[in-house]
Design a protein. Structure first.
Ligand code: PLP
Length: 431
């Protein structure tokens, strides 16, 4: 091995591989409906104007030196107020740690808690848990989620794995599924964690929950976002919540995240991150402190932002529902949160009129790209092997007036599989 065992064995990201294929097609002059990107087009979804102005203002006032290792006090104070007003979460400044986005915080948490061989439990499909587990040489315990549970893990599925585990990672709203924990579902998981910790001796490592709520402000319809600490009084010592401006404020490139947790864990993470130097830049910290200090502006931005994302997700969802009603072999889960729609294109094992047989999720992804000019991320890129017909469609770069054309293009591609349509209608009518 020429390099460290860690980097020699780090598998390339499936999501990036697919993204690169799409980039190549675009560079070759092909026109595509690109729903792969877990990012925002700033021309469609700019960051809040007040935040932008405040960041520029901070540069003009020469806030360009090192920030505090744990995040500037004024920023942690405004995060404290923001989470109290908008999320009913109550943490003081010493329980808040700021870094350059959600990723360094997740990284620091894994390294602060896990030793080689420690059990890390995570559901699939999910985002990047396999990589962080690999970093710490942990033992990955993968929980396969199911379509009927909207691809959210259940207490029943998690329970057998908890003895001896160090970390359980949960995410809601979920990337890739775009779905949320219901209160009762999350409570049941919390109760298991509390019971497991009660069984452990004083000198044993506790079981912690990494609660990734990067999409916490992007909730649609009648849905509600819940945090373990808010709904289960026993969860506070074991929950580390990670959040950021990246998704909720369309600010992926601003690089600002925070986590909330017990002071003891936060302190360990701080020491680690200080050496990595993953501070959020000083002017961004000043800008965000000013923006979060204006709850009226925050609410105004969020209401508009949610509305435009929901419009797109709903239009996509209705488009798929229409195709389904017409007998096409497709399905979707009603959008609940984040910027994603889960869509099923059930062509596995089918042969097209042009002689193409779909035998794997890779075949299906390539077929959609070639025939429908539709670029999407298959669930296998999120570690899920058992759902080869499911895809994530992301609306962060989608134009409203394009969705109908994309649906027509998908319909034409599906028309190449008349036998699949017949099978699907027979199933629908119980034949
Ligand atoms: C669920 C989830 N958590 C964390 C992150 C990382 O966020 P950040 O860009 O703030 O590092 C992402 C980014 O796509 C995500 O989808």
């Amino acid at each position: 091995m020429k390099f460290s065992q860690l980097s020699e064995t780090l598998a390339p990201s499936e999501i990036l591989k697919i993204g690169n294929r799409v980039k190549q097609a675009l560079a070759g002059g092909e026109s595509l409906y690109n729903y792969t990107i877990g990012d925002f087009d700033p021309k469609i979804f700019p960051i809040p104007g007040v935040l932008e102005e405040a960041i520029i203002g901070a540069y003009r006032e020469h806030f360009t030196n090192y920030p505090l290792a744990e995040g500037n006090f004024d920023l942690r104070k405004s995060i404290r107020e923001y989470i109290s007003i908008f999320q009913d979460l109550h943490y003081d400044e010493s329980e808040i740690l700021v870094a350059s986005g959600g990723r360094p915080l997740i990284f620091a948490l894994f390294f602060s808690l896990c030793d080689p061989g420690d059990k890390v439990i995570f559901p699939v499909p999910s985002w990047n848990n396999n990589y962080y587990t690999h970093f710490v040489k942990g033992t990955a315990v993968v929980v396969d989620t199911r379509e009927e549970n909207r691809f959210m893990p259940t207490a029943e599925e998690i329970a057998p794995h908890l003895p001896g585990a160090t970390l359980l990672t949960l995410c809601s709203p979920q990337n890739p599924a775009g779905t949320l924990f219901r209160k009762e579902e999350l409570w049941q998981i919390c109760e298991l964690v509390v019971q497991e910790n009660a069984r452990r001796g004083a000198d044993e490592k506790k079981l912690y929950v990494l609660y990734d709520q990067l999409y916490s402000q992007l909730i649609y319809g009648q849905g509600t976002h819940y945090n373990p600490v808010e709904i289960h009084s026993g969860m506070r010592p074991y929950t580390i919540t990670v959040d950021a401006v990246s998704k909720s404020f369309a600010a992926t490139g601003v690089r600002l995240g925070w986590c909330l947790g017990p002071g003891t864990v936060i302190e360990k993470m701080k020491v680690l991150l200080t050496l990595v130097g993953a501070w959020a830049p000083m002017p961004e910290q000043k800008g965000l402190a000013a923006f979060l200090g204006q709850p009226g502006e925050v609410a105004l931005f969020l209401n508009r932002f949610r509305l435009s994302l929901h419009l797109r997700l709903e239009q996509l969802y209705q488009g798929i529902e229409h195709l389904k009603e017409e007998g096409y072999p497709v399905d979707a889960i009603a959008p609940e949160g984040a910027v994603f729609l889960s869509v099923k294109i059930d062509l596995m094992g089918q042969k097209s009129t042009t002689g193409v047989r779909i035998e794997s999720a890779e075949n299906l992804t390539a077929f959609l790209l070639r025939e429908a000019r539709l670029a999407v991320v298959p669930f296998y890129a999120f570690g899920s092997e058992g759902n080869p017909c499911w895809f994530r469609l992301s609306v962060g770069t989608s134009k409203l007036d394009e969705i109908d054309r994309m649906m027509d293009s998908l319909r034409q591609a599906l028309d190449l599989f008349p036998a699949a349509m017949l099978e699907h209608s027979n199933e629908a009518y119980g034949n």
